[in-house]
Design a protein around this ligand. Structure first.
Ligand SMILES: C[S@@+](CC[C@H](N)C(=O)[O-])C[C@H]1O[C@@H](n2cnc3c(N)ncnc32)[C@H](O)[C@@H]1O
Length: 494
């Protein structure tokens, strides 16, 4: 096989074998949790790290069954597991997960089940990008809500699909699932299980170091889900920082919202409400090379390197999400803001500022070709994310893409309010004092604790407007002014 073909196969089959030490650590943790299965199934067992570790840690398991699509890997597993295979306790078979009739295998198995392993970490869009077809086949899941829904998505992880299939195996049985997965996938399947009302007695996410184990930079975890229809179902789960950690964070749902730390959320519930000022996102324009300009000395330049000579009326200082997130200062960037509110006619630019109009006309093709349908229904050269709030001079800003709750107080520059791109969320104020007061409140321990309890830091855009808008900072203010009436302990600090 050529190197390219081997690489394609590795991606298509999500072929990252679990190091033996990690498989052992996982099984030790399962054993310590009191998991004591009668039957273990490793559905994509690769070279057998989990099968071997299971044989060691679950001595009372009567059967340990390993399945794998790749025959070369099965041969390696056979070689390492000779003793166990001879005793008949371990059995290995070649099987394609998506083509196997699992129900006929499961119906002859009695006792509690442990489904253990590490499914391929690959998405359907990566599969189609490389021409791979290691995917679920439609005929195998029709009429199953969850799986149908996943297949309808433009991009899904095949491990998400496989996990939901495994959850189906456990319906009406007692047993556990323990699988190494991307943390985002773990959260999705837990949310799905909750929506479906599955009989989950407990579950947890234990973070693992994927860089160390698999040399991939992705947030990954061991997901453990315990099924027992005799116990009341729960939608709470715990998150542990490592396989050795014994203290976890309670995660779950409140008021229809996913909560990253129930303890912190409950402790600060008095602050949950509606932000007195709505958090807004920055300006959306989809044409950075035309609309964003940089000052070099006396000259303005656009993203095509052209010198731009236009009036200053529609130009505003611009700070990008990276400037806000990295704590940088203003880099002499400007944004052409053609409207004061969404849908405003842009005709007046022609007479008011002819040079700006000529510049926009020059680039009308680019601005007219912006892909989003919102531009089609609006005046030429439109922007979005503008309203009266955009033109108040003082701001408190945060970038949604950064993994920290660092609010920045942004002063007006050159006598104008600073604009942001649409990765930034901000509040705006008419004067410095109002902005300073809220800035102080947002830095209080309670405000940060509540917001952190709502944020899943491993998400691509962890800080969201919907989260920021849940903090009613006026309650901190009120409680601070009248401590005798307030229910909150404050300790507000700058
Ligand atoms: C991430 S590796 C993990 C292997 C093993 N579970 C472990 O933990 O070391 C994924 C494995 O799934 C196998 N695999 C991929 N697609 C499969 C399929 N459709 N059916 C069965 N096995 C599959 C791959 O060959 C690979 O060995």
């Amino acid at each position: 096989m050529t190197t390219a073909a081997a690489r394609k196969q590795r991606i298509e089959f999500g072929d990252f074998q679990t190091p033996d030490a990690l498989a052992v650590a996982v099984c030790r943790r399962l054993h310590d949790l009191g998991i004591c299965p009668d039957v273990v199934i490793e559905p994509t067992c690769g070279v057998g790290a989990f099968v071997e570790a299971a044989a060691q840690f679950f001595p009372t398991a009567k059967q340990i069954l390993g399945f794998e699509v790749n025959n070369d890997y099965l041969e390696i597993s056979h070689a390492r597991l000779q003793g166990e295979l001879a005793s008949g306790r371990v059995r290995l078979a070649q099987a394609d997960f998506f083509a196997t009739r699992w129900q006929s295998i499961l119906e002859v198995l009695t006792g509690s089940l442990l489904v253990l392993g590490n499914f391929p970490w690959v998405t359907n869009s990566v599969q189609s990008g490389i021409g791979g077809d290691n995917l679920p086949r439609k005929a195998n899941f029709q009429c199953h809500n969850g799986l149908d829904a996943i297949m309808g998505k433009a991009n899904f992880d095949i491990s998400e699909w496989m996990l939901l299939e495994v959850f189906r195996w456990l319906e009406g049985r007692q047993g556990d699932v323990a699988m190494l997965v991307k943390t985002a996938v773990a959260r999705k399947v837990l949310a799905h299980a909750q929506r479906q009302g599955l009989a989950i007695a407990s579950s947890c996410i234990i973070k693992i170091d994927a860089k160390k184990a698999f040399d991939v930079s992705v947030d990954a975890c061991l997901l453990i889900v315990r099924f027992n229809s005799a116990l009341p179902a729960t939608d709470e789960y715990q998150v542990f920082d490592s396989l050795e950690a014994t203290q976890g964070q309670r995660v779950g749902h409140r008021m229809g919202v996913s909560i990253a730390s129930l303890d912190a959320f409950d402790a600060n519930i008095a602050l949950v409400g509606q932000s007195p000022e709505k958090w807004r996102s920055g300006v959306k324009h989809d044409a950075a090379a035309v609309m964003e300009l940089t000052r070099h000395g006396q000259l303005l330049q656009n993203g095509y390197g052209e010198t731009v000579d236009i009036e200053s009326d529609y130009l505003y200082p611009l700070m990008k999400g990276s400037d806000i997130g990295n704590g940088k200062g203003w880099r002499k960037k400007y944004l052409l803001v053609t409207q004061r509110y969404v849908g405003e006619s842009t005709d007046s630019i022609r007479t008011r500022t002819p040079k700006t109009w000529a510049y926009l006309q020059k680039h009308a093709d680019i601005l007219g070709a912006r892909a989003s349908s919102i531009y089609v229904k609006n005046p030429p050269f439109s922007v979005f994310g503008v309203g009266a709030y955009s033109f108040r001079p003082w701001r408190i800003a945060i970038c949604g893409l950064y993994k920290s709750l660092d609010f920045r107080l942004i002063t007006p520059l050159e006598g104008k309010p600073v604009m942001f791109d649409d990765t930034v969320y901000y509040l705006s104020f008419d004067n410095e004092m109002a902005a300073q007061q809220v800035f102080t409140l947002l830095h209080s321990y309670e405000a940060k604790d509540l917001l952190s309890s709502l944020i899943f830091w491993d998400e691509k855009r962890p800080v969201k407007a919907s989260i920021l808008n849940m903090l009613d900072w006026s309650r901190l203010h009120t409680a601070k002014e009248s401590p005798q009436q307030g229910q909150l302990s404050l300790g507000v600090c700058a």
